[in-house]
Design a binder for this molecule. Sequence first.
Ligand code: BES
Ligand code: MN
Ligand code: MN
Length: 468
Amino acid sequence: MEAVQTYIENNKERFLEELIGILKIPSISADPAHAGDVKKAATAMAEALRKAGIEQTQIFDTDGHPIVFGEKMINAAWPTVLVYGHYDVQPPDPLDQWESPPFEPVIKKSETHPDGAIYARGACDDKGQVFMHIKAMEAMLSYDALRCNVKFLLEGEEEVGSEHLAGFCKEHKDLLTCDVILISDTAIISNETPSITSGLRGLSYVEVTVTGANRDLHSGVYGGAVANPINVLSQMIGSLHDEKHRITIPGFYDKVQELSQQERVDMNKAPHDEEAYKRDLGIDAVMGEAGYTTLERTTVRPTLDVNGMWGGYTGDGAKTVLPSKAHAKISMRLVPDQDPDEIVAIFTDHLKAIAPDGVKVDVRPHHHGRPAVTPVDSVEYKAAAMAMEQTFGKKPIPARGGGSIPIVSLFEEVLGVKSVLMGFGLDSDDIHSPNEHYGIFNFYQGIRTIPYFYQFYGELKNGQYRQD
Ligand code: BES
Ligand code: MN
Ligand code: MN
């Protein structure tokens, strides 16, 4: 292990240079114009895996973006770790809010990242975190220090709902056989307070269209006499929360697991500075469901948010128009045991029920995913916790995450395997936002920690084998 850590120390500048190369590829999965770049990023990832010593790496084409799969089976008696991650990124817009272009990585120091952070779309989510695994592997394989078998499954469609990965998993169950799935695509509480994500929220994402008259109308000639779809949609959306910021859709909370008082006390022990939180966001008050803390509202409580809304005239100046249609994209973050299909169904029923006469309401579901809870008493959690304690000098605390990685629950369903969510980002790294960045410290700390995970996991698993 000492040799592995020395190798990492001696090669870290090169690791960063190589990451910069990968961050320059605009692998935006949502934009068909960038399909070639997504493919290019897949090839770059496969190349990096081969270079790290995972010679058996292939690229599987799908009807969408490619899937990169690599494996190194060393000893059938050893446990197999499957590393999952994604090399696709979110669209970078609004471009004018980036201080440097999203695909021209630069390193800058900040208060949160005194050692510097690398600014680029995908730096933290998730190319930088995937690359830590590839470089840790390179270090371990250089010294024949890996005591587990390893598989890599890297996809190019995470940011658009992992549509083709689900089918791939069902089709290639044998290829993906493993004992645990290791994912770095989440955050720690802070660089001083390491944590391991113990659960993720699920997601239902829908697009609503309200249609009034069969064409756009003059707002003076017809205004006041026919339903305005934008007025109607705004009103309907406004009614989806009550004055306590609870969601008003009948049945929405029916399957929500309430935490016990003790669990709530425990989770709120995690450091959280509400004043600093507000200052960072430039707001003078937080807003959310009455009776819950910010930490609870962003992890163990479900939400409903408009992500985008449009219709009518939005160009320069004024155009007097009574629009025919209004649209909204709405996300609902779900917690155990809410079911995304059921939520879409009750959402649709409710919207149709409250729609006034004179408009038609159409609800189109987009991607969705189930919430996931990962055990904190498993061998793999223990190995991850020991690894982080080794490098941070502090025991990590389990913390639920507010985001979603829908494939986690799918892995459980299809492969019957649980995941360990050992991410190294920070919530303040601006993933999906302008100026996304990833701390240089976090990048290196990940590379240093990952080899310990394999060491402890291998040892714990083998100890287990000896027992029975
Ligand atoms: N890495 C994120 C998820 C995440 C971020 C989990 C931070 C926990 C903390 C992932 O890439 C992501 O953005 N997921 C999407 C869901 C997907 C279906 C588009 C999300 O959460 O919006
Ligand atoms: Mn991600
Ligand atoms: Mn993301």
